[in-house]
Design a protein around this ligand. Structure first.
Ligand SMILES: O=c1[nH]cnc2c(O)cc(-c3ccc(F)cc3)c(Cl)c12
Ligand SMILES: [Mg+2]
Length: 214
């Protein structure tokens, strides 16, 4: 049967990237998406903004919602201090299977814990399962309708501390208007929009960075 787009992306990484070299994996995926098939990775333009926020925060505890093929997982993990690990949640088992291989090809498997399941199911279990008290950095890149319920769940589960940084992809395209309204109007967050474009296109999109004020 015909391969899937994530499987073709993995083949492109294995063909064009250098094992153990995260930057070459990132470049190989961007090349594949620009020249062969569009795919919903955060991409190089928004990815550079992601890099700058991760570098600024220099987090000890990191959560990513929405692994897909692991492109942003690799972008984040390559910037973490030695000994720091990130947890990434993926609902789709086929995506998770490809992501594990792409993360391993980049040589970052020891810095990543990939969990298969839904954010709603897993967020309440994180403290006890992973010994986390609060997250320094959270990247929301799963399903737009889940952004708002999940940020409320973070608050309810006591997973945020004064200064926790949440960065959300796709707040314009496909768009998360209820999430934006919440973080921009809540007195508990300081929010800022980073304008950019939908990955590999000229369509408007951007990232929303929200700092929890406690
Ligand atoms: O579902 C998504 N999760 C995480 N990131 C996503 C993303 O970066 C882009 C898109 C998207 C946007 C426009 C379009 F025409 C088709 C797909 C989606 Cl749908 C997601
Ligand atoms: Mg996205």
């Amino acid at each position: 049967t015909r391969s899937t787009r994530p499987q073709r992306m993995l083949k492109a990484v294995q063909k064009n990237a250098t094992k153990g070299n995260p930057q070459s994996v990132i470049s190989a995926i961007d090349y594949f998406c620009k020249n062969s098939e569009w795919a919903m990775n955060v991409g190089d333009e928004k990815g550079s903004i992601l890099d700058s926020v991760v570098t600024e925060v220099n987090p000890s505890t990191v959560l990513e919602l929405g692994t897909y093929c692991g492109y942003s997982t690799v972008r984040i993990a390559r910037l973490l201090s030695p000994g720091t690990k990130l947890i990434t949640l993926e609902f789709n088992p086929a995506y998770a299977a490809v992501a594990r291989q792409i993360i391993a090809y980049a040589g970052l498997q020891d810095k990543v814990t990939l969990v298969e399941g839904s954010s709603g199911e897993w967020i309440p279990q994180i403290k006890e399962r992973f010994g986390i008290t609060t997250f320094d950095f959270i990247f929301l890149d799963h399903w737009k309708d889940q952004y708002l319920p999940d940020i409320k769940l973070f608050e309810e589960c006591g997973l945020l501390r004064k200064g926790s940084v949440l960065l959300a992809d796709n707040v314009i395209c496909p768009g998360a208007p209820d999430y934006l309204e919440y973080v921009r109007n809540s007195p508990r967050y300081e929010s800022r929009y980073y304008p950019a474009h939908l990955e590999y296109t000229k369509l408007e999109d951007g990232l929303e960075k929200s700092v929890f004020l406690g």
